[in-house]
Design a protein around this ligand. Structure first.
Ligand code: MF3
Ligand code: CO
Length: 269
């Protein structure tokens, strides 16, 4: 028998308001972690500080113990793509790029967002990779509108990145989010076949859109720790993720921006 596809949850305005609260807290956390980063810090110290901040806000780190993940923040340096495990032995160096993927649950609602930051002076290629990964998120999220289709988001991300020759990670995807960290639907960041459109997008959907982009090949492998995902060619990788909502008026709303982070969607309106 064929497995029934999981339903995409539609949130009411009251539920969206709870998503906004959880996500606002996460945006604030990201700004604090950004300001905390410096050469010489261990990734373990970043995780400690992040977990402390989450609990101080009265929230709970939703990554901790998720399928056995041992920390609160996923910290992935350089050729680590995602799900890097914080360690006292991993010390940030000048020129590193560091992806912080964080989530929390507050009042029953989950939020999930990632940023990649440079530490010290970056190679221009790394700087560009980070900026374009963020831009690819925006290319996608502009298509997160009621009446559109899910793979419009995927195709827009892929089409934005295509001219740069980057590798788009295929082994991991974005996802729905709400009362669970991972809900339906699965959101690919690569181009889908012409005849597949994906589900119809509707107001009240809350989604985590999260392109993971490599300077070299798209191919990745899992380390023996069972979590850390690395690029196969050792080239650096960037990640940019926000939890978003499709508002009652059918337009996208980005929920996890940092308080001082510009919202590029405002330039469209
Ligand atoms: N943001 C991550 C994702 O969507 C969640 C990581 S779960 C953890 O894949 F267990 F690795 F923390
Ligand atoms: Co996610």
């Amino acid at each position: 028998m064929r497995k029934k596809r999981e339903q995409v949850q539609i949130k009411t305005e009251e539920q969206l308001e709870k998503m906004r609260t959880s996500c606002r807290m996460l945006g604030e956390l990201h700004a604090k972690l950004r300001d905390f980063l410096r050469v010489g810090l261990s990734t373990w110290e970043i995780d400690e500080y992040g977990e402390h901040l989450i609990r101080e806000m009265g929230a709970v780190p939703n990554f901790k113990n998720y399928q056995g993940y041992p920390a609160s923040i996923c910290i992935s340096v350089n050729d680590e793509v995602v799900h890097g495990i914080p360690s006292k032995e991993k010390i940030l160096e000048d020129g590193d790029i560091v992806s912080l993927d964080c989530g929390l649950v507050y009042d029953g609602y989950h939020s999930d967002a990632a940023r990649t930051w440079g530490v010290g002076k970056l190679h221009p290629n790394a700087e560009q990779l980070i900026a374009r990964t963020r831009e690819s998120f925006y290319a996608g999220v502009r298509h997160a509108v009621a009446g559109g289709h899910l793979f419009d988001i995927s195709n827009a991300i892929a089409d934005y990145l295509q001219p740069f020759g980057y590798g788009i990670v295929r082994d991991l995807t974005g996802h729905g989010i709400g009362t669970k960290l991972h809900e339906a639907p699965v959101i690919p960041n690569y181009r889908m076949p012409m005849l597949q459109k994906g589900i119809l997008l509707e107001a009240g959907m809350t989604l985590a859109v999260e392109p993971m982009v490599n300077l070299g090949t798209w191919r990745v492998y899992w380390e023996d720790d069972g979590w850390t995902v690395r690029t196969q060619d050792g080239a650096p990788s960037a990640h940019y993720e926000n939890t978003i909502a499709i508002r009652p008026d059918g337009l996208p709303e980005i929920l996890t921006l940092m308080p001082d982070e510009p919202n590029e969607l405002e330039n469209d309106r």
